[in-house]
Design a protein around this ligand. Structure first.
Ligand code: SAM
Ligand code: MD0
Ligand code: SF4
Length: 374
């Protein structure tokens, strides 16, 4: 006998909110939901699980896309080398430090230094310029720093960690080897996976992520969500493809909003105590509330206006209007009963995650955090 879909959904959520692990078939079921009411139940469960670890506290990440030059040709990306339309710039050291300070003063918890695989930076023996930049940004902002430079050698990862980098962000985009080949043209699936493992060994926190709507099957989505969740990632993300003019994937459509929101909620159910972004880089400020309601707990891609900075998948949306700022997102948090965490909360969570991943059972030291059930 086949049970009604809504009944199966309730059963799954009942189990998972009581601490059971989601099985592959259950993930498939949740990702296939098309009824809004049923989806709302999934989001409510994701919020419940989130609140056990994080209460109503949300983290805010400042984003500095400091070089938009790239030697690669990813099929989805506006900044691929062959795209003559994308704005190319390379910010100098003093501009970057000024922007980092401005972001820190505005109340973000972290600075994300992101670049294309800029040949000027990647060809330098030892990446000295990038390593020095990380140390300077850390010093001037007084904040944790994430680097998103693409694939770099293991030795560079160690030096970045020594210079004070806290995070290494490198998204696999898909955990299917076949599809990867069509997305990251001419790049190695293994090297990309390995770089995150090496970063973790170097003492960095690591973020992985996947794209939705790039030709993946439902089974690919389930596989990727499980792969990301079974590893030592501190932060995991899903982002919908934003089709870009003059790129090989320009003909594809962005997946429905429900697709991304369900994937965020499933990621939360799979990763109760991890960080999950609600990126402003997909739908701008108007997409924020939905992503937070689905279980995300980090607002990423906060960009100061009037600095000539671009976003990645939304290169201009809401930036110069000041929508992608702490002041812009605060009313949304408030309206949802959420609040920006303190910097101390953020540092505390980073330590908690590092200790846990190193297998040190110091959970008792973190009694005040997570909120309950450590
Ligand atoms: N260049 C580095 C790299 O590729 O790892 C770091 C920056 S890259 C621009 C950051 C991420 O943005 C990519 O890994 C991809 O997930 C996302 N991205 C790029 N273009 C996108 C698009 N058109 N739609 C959605 N996400 C996109
Ligand atoms: C974001 N545009 O958070 C940024 C970017 C890179 N670490 C992050 C994809 O949405
Ligand atoms: Fe370059 Fe990153 Fe865009 Fe790929 S995703 S083309 S590596 S900037």
């Amino acid at each position: 006998m086949e049970f009604p879909k809504a009944y199966v959904t309730s059963r799954i959520l009942h189990r998972v909110t009581r601490g059971a692990n989601l099985r592959p078939g259950e993930i498939t079921h949740l990702l296939s939901i098309s009824c809004r009411q049923e989806a709302d139940e999934v989001f409510a469960a994701a919020r419940e699980v989130r609140s056990r670890y994080f209460g109503n506290r949300v983290f805010l990440y400042g984003f500095i896309y400091f070089s938009t030059y790239c030697r690669n040709n990813c099929s989805f990306c506006y900044y691929r080398q062959d795209n003559g339309l994308s704005p190319r710039y390379r910010k100098d050291r003093s501009e970057i430090l000024g922007i980092a300070k401005e972001l820190a003063d505005s109340g973000v918890h972290l600075i994300d230094l992101t670049m294309g695989e800029d040949p000027e930076i990647h060809r330098q023996e030892g990446y000295g310029q990038l390593i020095e930049l990380v140390a300077a940004v850390k010093q001037v902002s007084g904040l944790p720093v994430m680097v998103s430079p693409g694939v770099v050698p293991e030795e560079t990862l160690r030096q970045l960690a020594e210079a004070g980098a806290d995070w290494y962000a490198l998204y696999q985009e898909t955990h299917s080897r076949q599809l990867f080949k069509q997305l990251r043209l001419g790049q190695s699936f293994e090297m990309r996976n390995l770089a995150r493992i090496q970063a973790e060994k170097a003492g960095l926190l690591v973020e992985d992520g996947i794209l939705l709507g790039v030709g993946e099957s439902l089974a690919d989505r389930v596989h990727s969500l499980r792969q990301m969740s079974g590893r030592k990632n501190g932060q995991v993300r899903v982002m919908s493809l934003v089709p870009q003019e003059d790129t090989p994937l320009s003909h594809l459509q962005s997946p429905s909003r429900l697709t991304e929101l369900l994937a965020i909620a499933v990621l939360r159910l799979l990763n109760p105590d991890r960080l999950i972004p609600a990126s402003l880089d997909v739908e701008g400020l108007q997409g924020l509330a939905g992503r937070l309601a689905a279980g995300a707990n980090v607002v990423t891609s906060i960009i100061p206006p009037a600095q000539g900075l671009a976003g990645v998948s939304q290169s201009t949306l809401d930036i110069n209007e000041g929508g992608r700022t702490v002041a812009g997102v605060t009313p949304v948090l408030k309206q949802m009963g959420l609040t920006a965490a303190s910097l101390l909360d953020y540092r505390y969570w980073m330590n908690f995650c590092l200790e846990k991943e190193r297998g040190h059972n110091h959970a008792h030291r973190y009694r005040g955090w997570p909120v309950a059930r450590c």
